[in-house]
Design a protein around this ligand. Sequence first.
Ligand SMILES: Cc1ncc(COP(=O)(O)O)c(C=O)c1O
Length: 475
Amino acid sequence: MGLRRFLAAATERVLDHEENIRATGITPGVEAAEVRRALAERYGDFSRRWPAEELIDDVASMLRDWNVHVTHPRYFGLFNPPVRSAAVAADLLVAGFNPQLAAWSHAPASNEIEKHTLDFLAGRLGLDPRATASTFTTAGAEANQSALLVALTHAWPEYGRRGLAGTDVRPSVYVSSESHHSIEKAAQLCGIGRDAIRTVSTDAELRMSASALSEAIEDDRRGGRHPLMVVGTAGTTGGGIIDPLAELAEVSRRENLWFHVDAAWGGAACLSPRLAPALAGIERADSVTWDAHKWLSVPMGAGMFFCAHPNAVRKTFGAATPYMPTGVEDTIDPYSSTIQWSRRNIGLKVFMSLAALGSDGYREAIEHQARIGEVLRERLRERGWEIVNRTPLPVVCFSRDEIDRVRAGAARIAERLQAENFWTSPVRLGDRSPVLRACITSYETTEDDVAALAEAATRIAAERSVGPRARRGGG
Ligand SMILES: Cc1ncc(COP(=O)(O)O)c(C=O)c1O
C-alpha cells in the first residue's frame, strides 16, 4: 500500500538526518510524559489513517527530537556506531523481500550469503571455517546464551532432555568483575542460576588473572562444584580491557573446561593486522561472541556466534518436526541449529558492508578509530588527566584529582558535557570511584572532535562546583 510514497518520504528523512547529523543535538531534553501525551493525542486508538508523507514526517520528527543520536561523531558512548550506507540499504532489501531463513530451502541465497560472510569472519578470527558452526544472532546476549547452552550440552549430554535434574551437577562459570552481565542472565536462563557465576579477581590492569582462575577452579572442585566454562573478554564494556586470552585458553585446556571469548566489541580488531595480535589466543576458543552492530557499524542488531563444536551445536538446538520443509543435503537448517526459529536475514547488512567497503576499508576505519583514541589520550594527558585503563582499543577512561571536588564527580561532568553536545559516561572500573569514559564509536570522529572533548572536560572539571544539569533540546 503506497510503498513508493512511504519509501520516498522515509528516504528523504533518513538522508536529511545523516547529512545534518553534526548540527543535531545528541541528547534529547524530553520527559516520558511529553512523549506519551503526543502519542495519545495523535495515535490514541489508531482511528485516523495517516497519509504516508505526514506519517513519516511525524515519526521521523519524534525519532530526531526524542532519541539519543548515537550516530553523531561526538557520541563517545556504549559501542553504538553510525551505520554504513550499504548496511542501511541491505536492511531495506531485507524488509522488502522478507526472506525466511529458518529452513535453508526457503532461502538458499540468504542462507549462503550469511554462511559466506561468517566463514570469512571466522577465518579472520583464526578459526577454521570448515570446522566452525557459525550463525548470526539477534545480538551479543543471544550469542553468549548460545555459548552457555552448547557448553552445558557438550559437558552433560543429558542436560538438553532432562535439564539439570538429570545431571546431578552444580556447574561453575568463570568471569571477571569486568565481564558483561549478559553472562549472568544467560546463567539464569539456562537454569544453572546466577550463583553459578564465579567472579575471578583481576590484575592491576583489570585483566582476569590466570593464576586466580586456576585457584578458583581448584576451590570449586574441592567444594563439590563442577567447573564448566571460562569467559574471557576481548574489549570489556567499561574499559575495553582484553583478558589474557592465550593464558585463559591454556588453563581451560588443562582443566578440560569450555573457553568462551566474548569479543562483542573488540572482535573487529582482527580485521587490522596492527591490532589483531592483541587478540592472540582467541583462535583457541571453543566459542566466540562478536557483534557486527558494534565496531562493524551496521544497524542493530547483528550478533554473531562461532563455535568449534558443530556436533554439540546440533545436539543443543536440533529439532525434528512434521511441518518444516525437508532438509537439503550438505546444508544446515538454522531453525534446528540456533536459538531462533523464524529468522530475519540479519547477515545481509554485514555482507553488503564488507562488499561495498572491502576488507581494506574496514581495516582503515578500525585503525582510524584506534588512532583517534590515541589522540584523545594525548590531549587529555597534556591537560593533566590520568588515563586509568590500558588497552590498544579506543576506549579511554580518565580522571583527575579535581573530579572529586566537583559535586557528584564524573556523573555530573558527563551531564555537563551532554549540555555541550558531547556524550560520555561515568564508569566504575574495579573498585575505584567513577571515572569518565569515552569510546571512539564513530568512524567519522576527528582529531578536532577529541581535542574539543578534552578542552571541555578540563574546563568543566576546573569549575568549583558544577551546577544542575542544563537540558538540551533535540533538533
Ligand atoms: C562485552 C559485551 N558483551 C556482550 C554484550 C551484549 O551485547 P548486545 O547488547 O549486543 O546483546 C555487550 C554489550 O554492549 C558487551 O559490551
